[in-house]
Design a protein around this ligand. Structure first.
Ligand SMILES: *Cc1c(COP(=O)(O)O)cnc(C)c1O
Length: 225
């Protein structure tokens, strides 16, 4: 995939988001595109930044540490989001590097993040990940506990939770999951919902996404080492 191709695909994705925004109810506000750059190196990412994209997502702390400090030095207005599961021993690095952590998925990691925010005086914006499909192998808070968990994060840990995030089960219609996340966010008093990936981001926008996380539809298919 050449950089020209990724810029062309970025333009196409932005066009489809804009078209999906037209289908939603009015006054829903603009959708943020998070370009998911995991497995792609700085040379593949730079053209997408140059084309105007300012929000990027990674799913591993260590991989992000290898490429983003240099890119952020070049482009200080880029916002970097952590989308993947966070281990307690990486909370320090994650709070230091990321502007947004979307994968707050259990009490223990919320406690670690709160400690690091206090220690570093740097507070990434936070999303609670909800396991809308109740899949045993998948990270995230059970939907039945999500509102209470957000409350505990706020009241007991002093965390300013910005929104909810979900990854619907593969091979299922994602629409009911998008609707569930939207309802849970409403119940928790949150107005941000991170949902939708390359295969379903238009549907996610129609069902209430305020940000979508799109990787392969921009950067091409990933090859894992
Ligand atoms: C990889 C990833 C994405 C992007 O996936 P694509 O299908 O390539 O768009 C979105 N969200 C999360 C949490 C991911 O890990």
């Amino acid at each position: 995939m050449t950089s020209d191709e990724s810029v062309g695909r970025l333009t196409a994705v932005l066009g489809k988001i804009a078209a999906a925004e037209e289908v939603r109810e009015a006054n829903a506000g603009p959708v943020t595109l998070v370009a998911v750059s995991k497995t792609f190196d700085a040379d593949a990412i730079r053209p997408v930044i140059a084309a105007g994209c300012r929000v990027f997502g990674e799913n591993k702390v260590q991989e992000a540490q290898e490429k983003w400090p240099a890119l952020k030095a070049e482009y200080p207005d880029v916002e970097l989001r952590l989308l993947g599961p966070l281990q307690s021993n990486k909370a320090r690095d994650a709070v230091a590097l990321f502007d947004v952590i979307e994968s707050v998925d259990r009490e223990k990691i919320a406690v670690e993040i709160a400690k690091e925010i206090a220690r570093q005086g740097r507070a990434p914006r936070l999303y609670v990940q909800v396991n809308t499909g109740r899949e045993p192998q998948k990270a995230g808070i059970d939907p039945d506990e999500a509102v209470a968990f957000v409350d505990r994060c706020r009241k007991e840990l002093g965390l300013a939770i910005e929104g909810l995030m979900c990854i619907p089960p593969a091979g299922e219609d994602p629409a009911p999951h998008f609707e569930l996340l939207t309802a849970l966010a409403d119940n928790a008093g949150l107005d941000r919902r991170s949902m939708g990936m390359s295969g379903d981001y238009e549907k996610a926008v129609i069902h209430g996404a305020t940000s979508v996380r799109v990787g392969s539809a921009i950067f091409g298919s990933r090859t894992y080492a």
